[in-house]
Every structure is written in C-alpha cells, then in structure tokens.
Design a protein around this ligand. Sequence first.
Ligand SMILES: Nc1nc2c(ncn2[C@@H]2O[C@H](COP(=O)(O)OP(=O)(O)OP(=O)(O)O)[C@@H](O)[C@H]2O)c(=O)[nH]1
Ligand SMILES: [Mg+2]
Length: 650
Amino acid sequence: MSKHTADTIRNVALAGQRGAGKTSLAEMLLFTGKSIDRLGRVDDGTSTCDFDPDEVQRKMTISTAVAPVEWGKVKVNLLDTPGYSDFVGDVAGAMAVAEAALIVVDAVGGVEVGTETGWDYSRGCMTRAFFINKMDRENADFYRVLGALRERFGNKVVALQMPIGSEDSFEGVVDLVHMMAFKWEGGKMTEGDVPADLADRAQELRESLIEAAAESSDELIEKYFSEGTLSDDEIITGAHAGMKNGSFCPVFCGSSGKTIGAETLLGVIAEQFPSPADAPAREGHKPDSEAGDSRSTADSAFSAIVFKSTADPYVGKLTYFRVVSGEARSDSHMWNATKGHEERVGQIYFLKGKQQEATSSIPAGDIGAVAKLTNTITGDTLCDKASPIVFTSIAFPEPVYSLAISAKSKADEDKLGPALGKLADEDPTFRFHREQETGETLISGLGEAHVDIIIDRLKRKFGVGVDSSTPLIPYRETIQTSAKAQGRHKKQTGGRGQFGDCWVEFEPPVVDIRAKVYDGSFHPVDSSEMAFKLAGVAALNAAAQKAHPVLLEPIVKAEVTVPDEYMGDIIGDLNGKRGRILGMEPTGDGRQVVRALVPLSEMQRYAIDLKSIARGRGSFIIEHGHYEEMPAQSAQAVIDNAKKAQASDE
Ligand SMILES: Nc1nc2c(ncn2[C@@H]2O[C@H](COP(=O)(O)OP(=O)(O)OP(=O)(O)O)[C@@H](O)[C@H]2O)c(=O)[nH]1
Ligand SMILES: [Mg+2]
C-alpha cells in the first residue's frame, strides 16, 4: 500500500439495519479495489470483516472490523460495524473516528430500526450517506426507499445515482451528476448513455440533486436562482461542500450480492467525501485541568484516540487507535494521558480484518493497532508526553440487562475475576460487579445476546465455564413497631460450654432498625462473644414476629425514550409492572421520555420487553433509587418462593 497523508485518507463507517449487507458491501469494495484477491461471503464465513469465531458461527457482525481499500490516490478505511442493537457500542466507537457514515439500507426493508440507529449514532460525522443495497432482491424498490429516507431524514437526502433495472433485471446505475450509465456483467463494468426509458426519471432526480447542491452555499444558490440550473462542476462543488457541512446526504445504490455498484460508490467516496484534513479539530482538555484543548491533522505532535480493543489470552490485547495529529511510530513510547501512564510500544500495524500489516509509522487521520499495551482501554487518549491532551471520551451506551453468573468449578472460579476484567477492558458497554447484598456476581450488557456472547467468550477465550441465572432481588426486611424480646443461647452439655442471655429492645428507624440491650445475664466460664452474638440473633428473631415485620423491595427510577406512537403501550406496560409514572416530556424529535418509579423485580427483563413493545425503537436507563414496603400479596409470593428455595437446598 502506498504512503498516505491525511488528505488522501477517507474513514467511512458502514452502519445500518442488521443484515442490510454492510459486511457484504465492504467485501465487494475491498475486492473491487483489489485489496483482497478473493471475494468472500458472510454466509460461508469467508468475509474479511466477520472473522471472529462468534461472527462466523452466527453469520453476523458483533464487533467493528477495519479494512482499507485504495481507489486512485486515496485510501478508504472501511469500518464495518454491527447492525444488531446489542452491539451498538461498537457503532459508537467507529462513528467517533470516521468522517463519514455510510448507512446501508435494504432495498426491500427500507427504513428500519437499524437505519434510524445508524442515523442517530452518526450525528457527529461530517457526512451521512445511504447505500440502497440488495437491488437484485425480489420486491426491491429504489424509489419507495428513497421516498421513505427523505420523509424520515429530510430533503437533504438526495439520490446521486438511480438503478438500471430492478430485482432479477437489476444491472447497473445511472450517475445523476454526469448523466452516464454504468452496467455490470460478470463483475465487469461498462459505461454508456442513460437508457432512453429512464431519461425522464433521471432528469427529475437530477433536479432535486441540483437544488440540494445549490443549498450548500450562498454563491451557488444565487447562481441557481438566476440561471435555473448548475453545471456539472458546480453540482460537484455544491455536493462536496454540502457533504462537509452536513446539508447534503447522498444516496447510492447497488447490489453487494451481485457485485454491482462498487466502482461508482468508491469514485464518489474518493473524490468527494471529506478527509481527516477537512475535519474540525478534535476537542479535549489539558490533562491536569479542565482547560479546553484540541488537535487536528495540522498539528505535529502525536495524539490518537483509542476506539476499540480486543482481549485474547494468547495473542494478548490489541488496541485500535485513530491518529488525530502527528504520527504513530513503532518501537516508541506513547503517553496515555487519560491514565497518566507511559506505554511502551513495539510493532504497530495497519489492519485488514484479522490480518495485521506491520508498519513503521501511521500518519494523522489514519487507523492502526498496537498489541500488548498494559494500561490502555477504549476511549483513552495516547499522545506525546511533551504535548499532552485528553480527548473528550467516546459516549458509549450504558448496560441495561444483567444476569447472575457462578463458576462451574473451583478452577473456573479462580480464573473468573481476571477474565471478566479483560472482557470489560475490551468492551466499554460490558460491566460486572459483586452485588453485596445477594453475594452474586452480576454481568451487565446491552441485551440478552450481548450477555450471551460474554458467557461464550468466557468459555472460548479464557476457558471459564459459568452458569447463569436471573439475579436475585436484594430484598430487605424491617419492622413497623418496637418490641422487646429475650434472646438466650445456652449449650452446656459436653465440650466447652456456651452461655449468652440478653434482653433487647428493637425500634424501627426508616430502613434499618435500632437495637438496645437493656438487660442480660452471663456465666463466668461459658459466656463468650460468640455466645452473645447468637443470643442477639435469637432476640431479633423473637422480637421480629411481635414488631410487625414487612418486606422492603428495591425501587428503580426508569427513564424510557420511545417514539410518540408507542407512549400508550409503554405507560400501560409500566403500570402493569407496578410502576408509578412521574412524568413525560417530548424530546422535540418525535419521541417522548417517560420517567417512572418501578420495582427492580419488574425491570429485570425490561431490555427484552421494551424491544418488543417499541419494536426496537426505544431505549432506557435505570438508576437505583430506594427501598419501599412491598404490598402484602407480592411480599407473600416472595416469602413463599424463598421458603421453597430453602427447602430444596436442604
Ligand atoms: N440478494 C442479496 N443478498 C445480499 C446482498 N448483500 C448482502 N446480502 C445477503 O444478506 C445477508 C446479510 O449480509 P451481511 O453482509 O452479513 O449484512 P450486515 O449488514 O453486515 O449484517 P450485520 O453485520 O449482522 O448487521 C447475507 O446472507 C448476504 O449474503 C445483496 O446485495 N443482495
Ligand atoms: Mg455485518
């Protein structure tokens, strides 16, 4: 690969609905640009970007892969992200380092949840573009999908191409700027005139394109008003400017399955998508203060942001970074300004899926990886110690779904903690902790599939077997009235004697209780601290019955965001979960935020419930709140269950 500088690099994140064809599109682009010499397939587990065993097995992307393809003088780094919502953390990471997002849309499915997610997560990218894929499929309809995109995302969404044929007869695309036709046969592209039967439609679409291109600058809009049209060059200038300022979202089309549309897409990416040199300086702050600071590709001191890491017990840790300024070098030192820690850097690499290509340096704007850093995780800043900066960290979604896990054996138990630590280092949307009150180890992620993958990885990568279950609810008990009781612990037959005797008064503060010892007796030889502790427990048990005990349950504060149309269903569901609605608020973009207090026991599977109620278009966060007395009926059910569990344990 030839040497590149910031202006000859394009970082393009492929995002969109699960299964829309992102990985297949990446494969087609890599193959067309001769970055790979064999066209792999997701379905056979031979694609460049879905290389992880988890991905090959499930035929889906779980983790972002990076692969470069050269087109003319330009190097395009493709970042192939997962479409499945549980792995959206990797989308956040990729979007944080790409100037452009290419949202892949299925020509049959149209605008789906994943299309909206791709749009939302690409908010920070300079350019947002769409690729309408699978034009060869039965019921593929470019115009319906284009209409839906414009309706959902606005009239700045404009076709730069239109299809020639559809479904079985799909054979190429019309370039609406140059008004030329490109057809593919057996993977070979030929160019020609726009077919006569498409001329009117092409002209119509070109009009919208000219209008949108004119919108990008005052100068062009004046020209457009005075002359009623723009020249090809002016359209290109306008589109380019609009892509940089976000006022122009181009739409491409093709078929990754039939290898149609690669050259025409790569051409526009190379010629018109913004480069890292066009990007605004990345914001951050000075390491030792809150004072703002920033870096761009024009700065000479090295800085980079870590957007992904992978942990492997054999290969070690691989840290993916995007160079923001200066140059990353092999056999050097990098200062982790986030941690205040120096990292020794050995060989650095360019990546092509799982393949690593050793290099001595990586320029500003480019993406690379380094192995075996000791104390660097996703979101950290690496830089020159003499010119330190901490970049604003990447905003990753918070975990919303937890399972309790327990090691299958003693050997597994010993390895569990370190393995969880390594997995949490590589995945910022995964957390684990020990729940004090229940003694369980909880693992938390973005959904059921995410947590399942974590359990698989524990086994596959670290050889740790675990069993999983729904976490226990940390119920508490309190008393409602005060009561006095005697506790007596006496064991004076055989061996060392034990004697403890006390009178205790228990009183109910809010959650805890107060115990006051006001009398007792002791035995000069047999009394001990232990004997009195046991007497205390006996006193509590005796008093609890008299003091009207109640069960307290943890209540969480939930904040659920859903499109307006699902509000009724969401509130109905929360009411059914014994929730108390605190309020609702429109977000201004067709969504509402509902705030409610809901018992934790009802929210354990909410990640799954919400997905089905709002068809994947909702999100929520919960915050642990307080304890409340449980209604008698629900409390009885919990007590009965606990008794049953105890009986089966004995
Ligand atoms: N007919 C047809 N099928 C396609 C096309 N592109 C991809 N597919 C198929 O669609 C399925 C999903 O393709 P992927 O490339 O894995 O889609 P993806 O968007 O990467 O999926 P995730 O990463 O899991 O979100 C596979 O079976 C592909 O073979 C296309 O242009 N036409
Ligand atoms: Mg994929």
